[in-house]
Design a protein around this ligand. Structure first.
Ligand SMILES: [Zn+2]
Length: 330
């Protein structure tokens, strides 16, 4: 008993003094899984090419999060605090970037997050990459578009109370999007059907944001409820991660919460996969359906590899820096 007590004390001290992992949307695990599974929604004309590059599309799914630390202007691309714009925000905020800038100014939009417009921008970049039959850019923009689309599916990416900091639920961001997938996502059902043609990418994105925002209430409400009922000494546990002992939500607490929200995380993850695949497919159709098999034997260029290596180095240097904009220690 005494031993356990000492262990817990050491754990708490280490947790307090060691740098904590910052909030990363969908966690590394979720983003990689979403991009990877989206490939299997694609039609035969696309799937061979995407499968050839499956490791790239999987492994670089988290690049935009890594870039938050070194690149100014990156952080706000991953979310939108739609509740900042009042009770009727979805009617008030213009769907298109130019109209939104005219109404609120670019500075304001950036201050509260721009994920819907970032997705549209990346979608357009992907259309152009397909038109140019540019292998590097097709892969880069497909991968990054997948990231931003997945982020827009996370309820807490649509609210000012993104980490429960306004309702005394600090930590819920990572709990919902990292801890739950970490424990549960191996059992999720990833058969989501085929990618569909999207008539209006920007309207689809706004629908995604709307659905995410509708879910915010239950994300918070059920955690507050569980927190009241659950034995407080069993809410957290300690795990060994590499050479660190970290405090995490216990498996019991995580499972109990997942039951209360009725598999909401899995549903949002499945939605993400189908929308990512559908965005890639739509960009390809709208670019004139280039023959991707022609690109099959080509390799990613050295300059893209070099650029990515530089970004990785920058990330490793800066990853413990606190970044403004949905950072979990704010
Ligand atoms: Zn992100």
């Amino acid at each position: 008993m005494k031993k356990l007590f000492i262990f817990v004390i050491i754990g708490v001290v280490l947790w307090l003094v060691l740098p904590k992992q910052p909030t990363l949307s969908w966690g590394f695990y979720g983003h990689k899984r979403i991009n990877r599974m989206a490939i299997f929604t694609l039609p035969p004309e696309m799937v061979t090419f995407y499968k050839q590059h499956i490791e790239f599309i999987t492994n670089h799914a988290v690049d935009p999060d890594k870039r938050r630390y070194g690149v100014k202007g990156e952080a706000e691309r991953h979310y939108i605090d739609i509740d900042h714009y009042g009770e009727h925000a979805f009617d008030s905020v213009p769907k298109f970037w130019k109209a939104a800038v005219a109404k609120y100014t670019e500075d304001t939009l950036r201050a509260y997050g721009i994920v819907p417009w970032q997705i549209e921008k990346h979608y357009n970049k992907l259309v152009n990459a397909f038109k140019d039959e540019n292998l590097d850019l097709i892969l880069k923009y497909s991968t990054e578009l997948g990231h931003y689309v997945a982020d827009a599916h996370v309820p807490l990416h649509t609210t000012e109370n993104y980490n429960g900091q306004l309702t005394n639920q600090k930590g819920i961001h990572g709990f919902w999007e990292s801890r739950i997938p970490e424990i549960k996502a191996n059992d999720y059902d990833y058969f989501v059907g085929r990618a569909k043609y999207i008539d209006s990418p920007i309207k689809t994105v706004w629908k995604v944001v709307y659905d995410s925002h509708q879910a915010v209430d239950s994300v918070l409400k059920f955690e507050a409820l569980l927190n009241k009922q659950y034995p407080s000494d069993q809410k957290y546990s300690y795990e060994n991660r590499g050479n660190q002992i970290v405090k995490v939500y216990s498996e019991g607490y995580t499972n109990a919460y997942d039951l209360l929200i009725k598999g909401q995380v899995e549903r949002r993850m499945r939605e993400s996969i189908i929308v990512v695949g559908s965005m890639w497919y739509t960009a390809w159709v709208n670019s004139g359906k280039p023959n991707l098999n022609k690109l099959g034997s080509k390799e990613i260029s050295d300059s893209l590899k070099f650029q990515m290596q530089k970004e990785e180095e920058l990330y490793l240097q800066q990853k413990n820096k606190i970044v403004k904009g949905h950072a979990d220690d704010e």
